[in-house]
Design a protein. Structure first.
Length: 319
């Protein structure tokens, strides 16, 4: 990556070559070149302000391993004369400028030891724990995405978060480079590297994934439990109606009711979303489901839920 120091060196060399010539146009071009280089360099949170990039360990086009990092919060640190204070704040919300970083950093180690994949839904943040799930809302167009925060930065003034190329595409600001966003902390992310807000529809925030055991509602009403095996292609909707089954989208289960309600609110535009307490091996989890849904609406809603940041969401049928 070309740094600001590289641009400055080029400008200085050209200036020396020009000597004391009165060629004002050449000198003007030199100044513009240096200024442009500095401006472009500062678009990224790395490679400037004294922050170095890590060695590339995966070339673009090769599979990028998921996970492999560690959970970390970190100590207070100073970059560019400003102090940053990392901490785990379940109520964190921040508003500011979002930028994105792409190929120059693809395949390099992140701050917590994972590998950056510009085609995944990931992000860098100065103070959130790593890895963390955060919801990012583009304040200019209303689009939202849930990202895995696994890196530090950005450090340019006014920057709130640095997003992967894929996240910038989904939020609709890849071409312009920056936008105003609101960032909301959702909870810790699993160390296995999952991109989504939930892991196969079962991940419980701040808790190990529970073993597959029969469930029952707190009210003791019977519930049919969906298999955790990979889904085969869905049967046609007429067969669902013929059996009298109702279709729901199972989005996730959480030990923290607040996290479950945040997810419910983020999906409210899709349809009816309910949070139900469920007893799993003596522990209460709060299950988030969208529905009931009928016919083609079920598949459309499932795609909407997945695009909203829950790729592991799946359809279940309840008699």
């Amino acid at each position: 990556m070309t740094t600001a120091f590289g641009f400055a060196a080029r400008a200085a060399a050209l200036a020396r070559k020009a000597g004391k010539s009165d060629n004002g146009r050449l000198v003007g071009r030199i100044v513009v070149l240096a200024a442009t280089g500095l401006a472009l360099t500062n678009c990224s949170h790395k490679g400037s302000l004294g922050v170095s990039t890590s060695e590339r360990v995966v070339e673009y086009g090769q599979p990028v391993p998921k996970g492999g990092g560690v959970y970390k919060v970190g100590n207070p640190y100073q970059i560019g004369g400003k102090w940053y204070y990392p901490k785990e704040d379940p109520n964190y919300e921040g508003v500011g400028t979002a930028s994105w970083y792409g190929l120059d950093f693809h395949g390099r180690r992140t701050a917590n030891g994972e590998i950056y994949d510009m085609d995944s839904l990931s992000a860098a943040h100065p103070t959130l724990p790593l890895p963390t799930f955060a919801k990012v809302r583009n304040l200019k167009n209303g689009r939202e995405v849930v990202v895995r925060v696994n890196d530090r930065g950005p450090y340019a003034q006014g920057r709130e978060i640095d997003l992967s190329k894929r996240a910038a595409e989904l939020l609709g600001f890849q071409q312009q480079g920056t936008t105003q966003v609101k960032v909301t902390y959702l909870g810790r992310a699993p160390l296995n590297g999952g991109d989504g807000w939930v892991d196969n529809g079962q991940y419980a925030a701040n808790a190990p994934r529970p073993a597959a055991v029969p469930e029952r509602r707190i009210s003791d009403r019977p519930v049919q439990v969906a298999s955790s095996a990979p889904m085969s292609p869905m049967p046609s909707m007429p067969s669902m109606r013929a059996t009298g089954a109702l279709s729901y989208i199972q989005v996730g289960s959480f030990r923290d009711a607040v996290n479950a309600d945040r997810l419910r609110q983020s999906l409210a535009a899709i349809g009816q979303v309910d949070v139900d307490p469920v007893d799993v091996a003596g522990t209460t989890y709060f299950r988030v489901r969208v529905g009931p849904l009928a016919g083609d609406r079920a598949m459309e809603a499932l795609e909407s839920v997945r695009r909203a940041g829950a790729p592991g969401a799946r359809l279940v049928m309840i008699q």
